[in-house]
Design a protein around this ligand. Structure first.
Ligand code: ZN
Length: 400
């Protein structure tokens, strides 16, 4: 699926030499490719690194500007206009008050006054509800630009993120922060997240990715929880990660009935998080654009693919793609999401999560989600653009 696996391998070798890091690991397959990529002469073809860390993003075509209308201090854009611009067909169901947009690849169903969108049959939560005015339907401009556009037409969602080479895995919690606990089954979230992370690492290494874990044992990454959380993004950034997935297990004690899978993106600027939208919750919108917000479209696409892959693998109920102001994701210099695969507060799900076989399935589901996202991006990358954007230097040194 990549234009040149040899070049990728050589490229990984350069990163390794430039960024020695205790927790980095390189797959056997990748190591073999790195050796094979070195010609007998000792000169090794490798892409240039214009900014020292990341490959320059390619320029994507830009969609025409949409008309913006303002309701209740929120900017909205019309779904009919979006459909026309993105070449989607529109149909309206008066009984269900649903507007369906489809293009043969994706099907999105918007319901009047609701934040929940059905996207390819999966749940995706907008920050603001769909609005109906004078027989026209609107979605929030922020939801469209930072979420829906990349899912509906990723080719129009702005410059593509750098090709996936390094993936950061964050096993949630650790040390004196056990995370959620199921006391009757003696389960601690921090133990399960680390196990899934190590299983996932194996799968990704076998696929040729470079992998960085934010922790490999039972420890905190900082003296306080906020510092611990922030540090996870720092580890990913220092390693030059192209993608981050933070692994968690859910809980809703005292409710022991709820189960299912949720995937979170960092909340888009100016919107309330899903956690703040319950009864009695206060507005937690942030006006500041934080580092990970620059990747909102791609985090949304990644979350949508991840949710689908994990649901398919585990057969869990779909609790949707949602948003939170996660300190783990906030400082990232790449797209990132947080996966809550199953509930430890649900006895049936917790019993499954207690088995190594099921944790392997969770890791496989997450690996499938990464692969689905990677495939979507690679399908958009012109085959020749990678090499033309990264001319081969004459004679780079060989890292060993
Ligand atoms: Zn957690």
């Amino acid at each position: 699926m990549f234009p040149s696996r040899l070049r990728r391998a050589a490229y990984r070798a350069i990163i390794l030499s430039a960024l020695p890091f205790a927790w980095l690991s390189l797959g056997r397959e990748a190591q073999a490719q790195t050796v094979n990529a070195v010609p007998a002469s000792g000169a090794r073809p490798a892409p240039s690194r214009p900014d020292g860390v990341r490959i320059a993003a390619m320029q994507a075509p830009k969609p025409a500007r949409l008309n913006v209308v303002r309701f209740k201090k929120i900017d909205y854009v019309g779904l009919a206009e979006i459909a026309a611009q993105l070449e989607y067909k529109v149909s309206w169901n008066e009984v269900k008050r649903e507007l369906t947009l489809r293009n043969g690849v994706r099907t999105l169903v918007f319901t009047t006054d609701r934040r929940e969108v059905s996207c390819d049959g999966r749940r995706f939560f907008l920050g603001d509800p769909v609005l109906a005015r004078d027989s026209l339907h609107y979605v929030g401009k922020t939801d469209y630009e930072g979420g829906l556009l990349a899912i509906m037409r990723p080719d129009l969602a702005g410059p593509l993120p750098s090709p996936l080479q390094t993936i950061a895995i964050d096993p949630g919690h650790g040390g004196n922060d056990p995370g959620m606990e199921n006391e009757s089954l003696h389960l601690q979230e921090k133990v399960l997240t680390l196990d899934v992370a190590l299983l996932l690492e194996k799968l990704l290494l076998a696929q040729g990715y470079r992998v960085v874990l934010t922790r490999r044992d039972d420890r905190n990454l900082g003296p306080t929880k906020p510092v611990d959380w922030q540090q996870r993004a720092v580890v990913a950034n220092v390693a030059g990660a192209d993608l981050m997935v933070s692994i968690h297990f859910n809980s809703l004690y005292p409710n022991t009935r709820v189960g299912g899978t949720e995937t979170f993106v960092f909340t888009r600027r100016g919107q309330r998080s899903d956690q703040s939208l319950g009864a009695g919750q206060t507005d937690d919108a942030e006006s500041e654009l934080v580092p990970v917000n620059r990747f909102d479209p791609w985090s949304s696409l990644f979350a949508h693919e991840m949710q689908g892959a994990v649901l398919k693998k585990l057969g869990t109920s779909d609790r949707g793609v949602k948003s939170k102001h996660s300190a783990v994701l906030r400082g990232l210099n790449c797209p990132g999401i947080l996966v809550e695969s199953v509930f430890l507060s649900n006895e049936a799900e917790a019993k499954r999560a207690a088995t190594p076989e099921y944790r392997q399935k969770i890791a496989e589901g997450i690996a499938d989600g990464i692969q689905a996202y990677a495939s979507t991006l690679e399908a958009l990358r012109p085959k020749s653009a990678w090499s033309s954007a990264n001319p081969i230097p004459s004679s780079p040194s060989i890292p060993r």
